[in-house]
Structure formats: C-alpha cells, structure tokens
Design a binder for this molecule. Structure first.
Ligand code: AMP
Length: 409
C-alpha cells in the first residue's frame, strides 16, 4: 500500500461544520463593515518579498524568521503574505486610490502564512479578517476602526474580550524614545535575554514583547513612550480615547504595547480573549501614517487592524448547527431514479433544502438515513408518490410530482 500523504505541519482542513461557522463569520463581517461603508478588497496571496521587507520592517520576527519565501521560475523573490496591511497600501498606490475621495475604506478576509512553531491556535496557514482606512488622520477613524473590531467580536459571540490601547507617537518621537530606552537597557545589559540584547541597537522597543524575566525586570522602571508623546500626538490620542469612552468601550491603557510590526505610529491596540490559552491574541492594529510613503506612494495616513478567524471561533465556541435538509427524496425502486433526481432539482430551485438517495440503500435504510439527517419530510418516489411527515409519522399519497412540489415548496 502506498503511504498516506498528509497535510503540511501547521496547516488544517476545514470540515463542513467549521466551514459553516466560518461562513457565518464572513457574512457577519460583510454586514458590519458594509454598514460603515468599508468595501471588500482582495490582493494576491503572494507578493514581491521586498514589499514585506520594506513595509513590515527587516528587524521584525515576521520578516527575519517567519516568511515563506521562494524564487519563481524567472528568478524573482516572492513571499506568501504574512499580513495584509502592506498589500492594501501597495494596491492603494498602484491603483491611484489617493486620487479618489478620502478616506478609502476597505476590508479583507483570506489566508496568511507564517513559519511559526505550530500549537493550538497557532498555524502556518491561518485566516485573517481585517479593515483599513487610508487617506485621513482623523482620530474618529482610529476610534471607528477599534469599535468595528469590538462589534465583530461581540456579535461573533467571542468571550472574555480584553482591549488594550496605547499610542506610539510619530516616527521621530519613537526614534528619540528608542535612544532613551536603549540607554536605560544598556545600563542593565546583564539582565537581558540574548535575543533582546542582539536587537538592542536596531530595535530596543521590541524588548517589551519579551517574556524573559530579567528583561521584564529591567523594563520595570524604564521610561514610557506614552509620557514622551509630542503635544499634537497626545491630543490626537486624547480624542481617540474620548470617542471610545463615549461609545462605552472597555479597554486598558497599556504603555508597554509596542506591536510586532515596525510600521505603526500614534494609536496602537490589541485585543485578547481570556478564554484562549497561550495564544490569546485575537487581533490588533493601529495607525501607520508613514507606510504608504515607505512603499513609494504619496504621504498618506492610514489606520486598521487584523484579527485571526480561527481564534475568534475558538473564543466563541458557538455550537454549530448541523445542516438539515428539509426534504429527503427516497427511491421505492431503481426505475424511479431519474424522476427522483428531477424532483430534487425542482425542489432545490424553489429554495427547499433537499437531499436524495444516491448510495443504493434499501427503502428501510433510506428512511433511517433521512431520520439521521433530520429531514422534515420524505418523498418516496416509485410507482406511486408518497409524502411522509417525519415528526408525526403520517404518510399520504399525492397524484403527481407537481402536487408533491406544491405541497413541499
Ligand atoms: P498580528 O498581525 O500578528 O497582530 O496578527 C493579528 C491576528 O492574527 C492575531 O491576533 C491572531 O489572532 C492572528 N494570527 C497571527 N498569527 C497567527 C498564527 N500563526 N496562527 C493563527 N492565528 C494567527
């Protein structure tokens, strides 16, 4: 016997019950984002590697360690997308969307790829849903973005939701703060993890992402970026918070929030679920006012987020209702197969969920199968046509197929 071929590590198959739950979440996303005038956007699953090197940042974990990168037959370096914002910004520039009325608001849903150690809730191919609003730095867009995520999680039934919000200021503020933090950490070098020490020159802020006890101790009395914001950034953040407070969103102000990707400026946020284990992050995002320019476009502010579809569903754990056909078309004898097939097509075309016998069972076996599927009615097609009500057990004959359709549709 040939050996079984298995799916690659860190990937998963979506079987029909999960597939239905995912489709419901997709429809919910469409409804929520559509109401706020965000339009659907799709970008390629692979992009030029340079897009992520420039857009996400070369010193980030995502770019340094986690990208699936390959050369195509023409020798171009391509990468399976690890995140969506850089692609949306590229598309914005490529299609001249800066010339359209601003802000441009889009949402997306699709597969993303990161070479991470697989565990519960962490995969190498996963699905993200996200929104982006480009072309305005109005604080109401930051608030709107966060509130759309909160609404999606609430209506999806995700439990144990906790938002954390902060502001990183502008790139210049962050640079000055990085120098200050680097100095603080240099003075405590012997406490730091090798990883943090290795990145201290290039990106000291990433120390806040570390769960290494020595690093955490060294950070305890470190200066906070939130206290270093320039006046207009502090004011921008105050306005965002005012709108969130007015909307009644509960969140924690967390000055240690730095986010894993380099492109953020001003508002940043993350949301987690206390219902999930180690992989508790449901989603996150923020403002990225320099990103479009970094990718060769005009200076354009933007704000958005991405959330993990698999993790939202894990946090919701809604029982999935099995799909039930309303009608099961049974065959009293094989000669009725074509007529039964036509009847099922007719019922389906009228919107009736219909299943029919396609596995050669005996009539008794078919009735058992229809019962297991949860069909409300069975039509038994043979020399006569009978309709059985599965709940009451009542059964009666009808004269023609048209009569059966009229009764059931
Ligand atoms: P990030 O862009 O890293 O903030 O990711 C946004 C969200 O995507 C996270 O909060 C997770 O819910 C989800 N996510 C990121 N990486 C993975 C992964 N490897 N497996 C499953 N979900 C992920």
């Amino acid at each position: 016997m040939p050996e079984k071929v298995q799916a690659p590590r860190g990937t998963f198959d979506v079987l029909p019950d999960d597939g239905r739950a995912r489709l419901r979440l997709l429809e919910l996303s469409e409804a929520i984002f559509g109401r706020a005038n965000y339009g659907p956007i799709e970008t390629p699953v692979f992009e030029a590697t340079e897009l992520f090197e420039r857009g996400v940042g070369e010193t980030t974990d995502v770019v340094e360690k986690e990208m699936f990168t390959f050369d195509d037959q023409g020798g171009r370096s391509l990468t399976l997308r690890p995140e969506g914002t850089a692609s949306v910004c590229r598309a914005y520039v490529e299609h001249g969307m800066h010339k359209a009325a601003q802000p441009v608001k889009v949402w997306y849903w699709g597969p993303f790829f990161r070479y991470e150690a697989p565990q519960a809730g962490r995969y190498r191919q996963f699905t993200q849903v996200g929104v982006e609003a480009l072309g305005s730095d109005d604080p109401s867009l930051d608030a709107e973005s966060i509130l759309l995520l909160a609404e999606l999680l609430e209506l999806a039934g995700a439990r144990g939701i906790r938002f954390r919000v902060s502001s990183l200021g502008t790139a210049a503020t962050r640079r000055a703060y990085s120098d200050e933090l680097r100095e603080h950490l240099r003075a405590r070098e012997d406490q730091l993890s090798d990883d943090v020490l290795g990145r201290l020159d290039r990106n000291p802020l990433r120390a806040f992402d570390s769960d290494h006890p020595g690093t955490q101790a060294a950070l305890r009395d470190a200066p906070r970026l939130l206290d270093r914001l320039a006046p207009d950034d502090a004011e921008h953040f105050a306005e965002v918070r005012l709108l969130l407070d007015d909307a009644g969103l509960e969140y924690e102000l967390d000055g240690t929030l730095v986010r894993g990707l380099d492109y953020y400026t001003r508002t940043v946020f993350e949301v987690e679920s206390t219902e999930l284990g180690a992989q508790s992050a449901l989603g996150g995002g923020g403002r990225y006012d320099g990103l479009v320019e970094l990718l060769g476009g005009p200076a354009t502010p933007g704000v958005g987020w991405a959330a993990g579809v698999e993790r939202i569903l894990l946090a919701a754990k809604e029982p999935v209702e099995p799909a039930r056909p309303s009608v099961f078309v049974a065959l009293a004898d094989g000669a009725a197969a074509a007529a039964a097939f036509a009847l099922a097509r007719d019922l389906r075309s009228r919107g009736v969920a219909t299943e029919l016998e396609q596995a050669g069972r005996s009539l008794k076996g078919q009735m058992k199968h229809a019962d297991r599927l949860g069909a409300a009615h069975v039509v038994i097609v043979g020399e006569s046509i009978e309709i059985k009500d599965m709940a009451s057990g009542e059964q009666h004959a009808v004269a023609t197929m048209e009569d059966a359709v009229a009764e059931l549709a």
